[in-house]
Design a protein around this ligand. Structure first.
Ligand SMILES: C[S@@+](CC[C@H](N)C(=O)[O-])C[C@H]1O[C@@H](n2cnc3c(N)ncnc32)[C@H](O)[C@@H]1O
Length: 207
């Protein structure tokens, strides 16, 4: 098949079989990691972009009745997070390498969030990069599919532009309600929070 404008074959732009096989393998590995982490449990606390795991390790230490899963893209951060988990002996805490969107796509339909934390996720300050931010309408819809009514989503950032945009997106979303009165339930400064001069938080509840 040829693209008459460019003269190149449309098949030239198709993903290579090796790439597709890698994606399939990554998704299968993620499903296996999830199964190994949760076993028969159906609810868990999720931290997106857990970095070195400071927050979730401390959280899991104080909340031993619910499995906790932190995900991040960067292996080196997950290695450090997992060392913390092992030192603290927290079998209900798990750090998994995954992209947030892929995680949501691979999450079995019967699994539910008990709470969701998005702490100091990358603000992607340039307008053309805003599409890379975690807080997007699609993300909120996908999370909502696994969140029964009342489940909280906690968001915190030191970037005022990201804060305003996230607030607008959450307020406009039919599945979530911003609760300005809701308390922040567990304080433990993350690495990025320690570096921040100030920060702002959003607590949203699943409608
Ligand atoms: C600015 S750091 C904040 C880390 C930690 N939450 C903190 O406050 O110290 C953002 C983290 O999110 C991770 N991240 C970015 N995009 C992600 C995605 N799509 N899925 C999972 N993790 C992501 C990055 O690798 C990075 O470790």
């Amino acid at each position: 098949m040829e693209d008459s404008a460019s003269g190149s074959s449309l098949l030239d732009n198709a993903p290579r079989p090796e790439y597709l096989a890698k994606v399939v393998a990554t998704r299968a590995e993620l499903r296996a990691d999830l199964q190994a982490a949760l076993g028969a449990a159906k609810r868990f606390v999720w931290e997106v972009g857990c970095g070195h795991g400071h927050f979730l390790t401390a959280y899991a230490d104080r909340h031993r009745d619910v499995p906790c899963i932190g995900i991040d893209l960067l292996n080196e951060r997950l290695v450090r997070a997992t060392k913390k988990k092992n030192r603290a002996r927290l079998p209900h805490l798990h750090f998994i390498r995954a992209d947030a969107q892929m995680f949501l796509e691979e999450l079995p339909a019967d699994l539910e969030f008990a709470a969701i934390y998005v702490l100091f996720s990358d603000p992607w300050p340039k307008k053309r990069h805003h599409k890379n931010r975690i807080i997007q309408g699609r993300f909120l819809s996908d999370v909502a599919r696994h969140a029964p009514a009342g489940v909280p989503l906690y968001f915190r950032t030191d970037h005022s532009g990201y804060f305003s945009a996230a607030l607008e997106i959450v307020q406009a979303h039919p599945d979530w309600r911003v609760d300005p009165e809701a308390p922040w339930p567990f304080e433990l400064p993350t690495v990025f929070q320690q570096r921040a001069q100030s920060f702002q938080s959003i607590v949203a509840l699943r409608r």
